[in-house]
Design a protein around this ligand. Sequence first.
Ligand SMILES: [Zn+2]
Length: 462
Amino acid sequence: MRLHRSALAALTFWTCASVAEPLPQDWVDQARAIGYEAANSNIAYSVVESLTTEVGPRLAGTEAEARARDWAVSELTKLGFDSVTVEPFEVPLWERHIERGRIVAPGEQPLVLVGLGGSASTGDAGVKGAILRVESPEALQALADGSAKGKIVFVDQVMARTQDGAGYSAAVRKRRETGEQAYRLGAVGALIRSVGTSGHRFAHTGQMKRAGTSDLPVVPTAAVSGADADQLGRLLDRHDSVEVELVLTSEYLPAAQSGNVVAEIKGRTRPDEVVIIGAHLDSWDLGTGALDDGAGVGVVVAAAKALMDAMPEGPDRTLRVVLFGAEEVGLVGAKAYAQKHQADLDNIVLAFESDFGAGDIWRLDHGVADDALPLIKSMTAMLSPWGVIPGKPGATGGPDISVLAQAGVPVITPLQNGWDYFDYHHTPDDTLDKLERHSLDQNVGVYAAILSVALREGVYFK
Ligand SMILES: [Zn+2]
């Protein structure tokens, strides 16, 4: 059977009244059975538990990330993948050292903050300046060159809490651009309200544009916790001037080794046609990266293992699990992957990634050809026992997979519920205890069910 373009359109008009037309009902039944079985395994949780315990934080380019690769090779080999390889590449390495801040006037108070990845260093002496508060990156950009001389810029934009993570992409601009905009304004340092939704008093780190990656250098830049941003705001409402001292020391080190870990289950009848599922192996240095992205690693590895168990003779197509390195510092692993496999991207039938925590999958977004939309509709109906509803076009497939999507690879995003993801994201609070096991299991079930269809010969998404 070939589900593609005109054939697929014809199949849409089948008279047999299946909930999941145009997928044959026995495919749907089989996919659900594989998914139910997969959701019953304990593999995803034990993978995350093992990674976060035995390796812990694993910043891109560090010795810890290298240990994570060794861990992955050993675990994936034990699980019985046909091949497990490391594809190395180099990554710029930035390390934080001392980070502290305080309000020095009108009266002394501590500040809870964390440096942003790629920040310039203040040196041991630190910097001191009056706060110039703006409410958004747009407002910051509108200020004239040199208009914040000697000051510390503070971008105090609140991120919206949403189930689909829509608030994040808007908030990330603040994190990326503040350091270089503050340089343009002549500031000595910069603060942002953390990109996060937490009520706790942790600050959220994350990558900013680094010195040397754009026309402008950057100033020393940190994120303050939401509570500290509120406190600064109240002080600024009461006083003409609020002065802050920042000590943010960090270092750019020579380019370091990173790598993608690639594991395959070889296809039986169409080994050259590949379905990719991805997650990223690196994490920020503060927590143990249980949600970001240990959970994703657990989900894709467990789903692949479920397929292996359900199809001992092998799927029609090749299933490739890619555990990307150096995602957090700028999708470095994803770009290296796309470059290395450039000649081969046409053979990727479908790609998707788990990198949004461990919440339930509730929507199936897609970035496929129009001809494949009836197929997506059927797959969504197939996933209804897990509570999945129809999604939107324009999906990126996930951060790493977005690089492949831009190169024309068909993608889907099985969208997770990210309601509380940004409470923990990039903080010391991203730890194993935050995982909801039943949600992690639901994810594995949905992934396995999708794979059982996508790995079939003749199913096309472009
Ligand atoms: Zn991530």
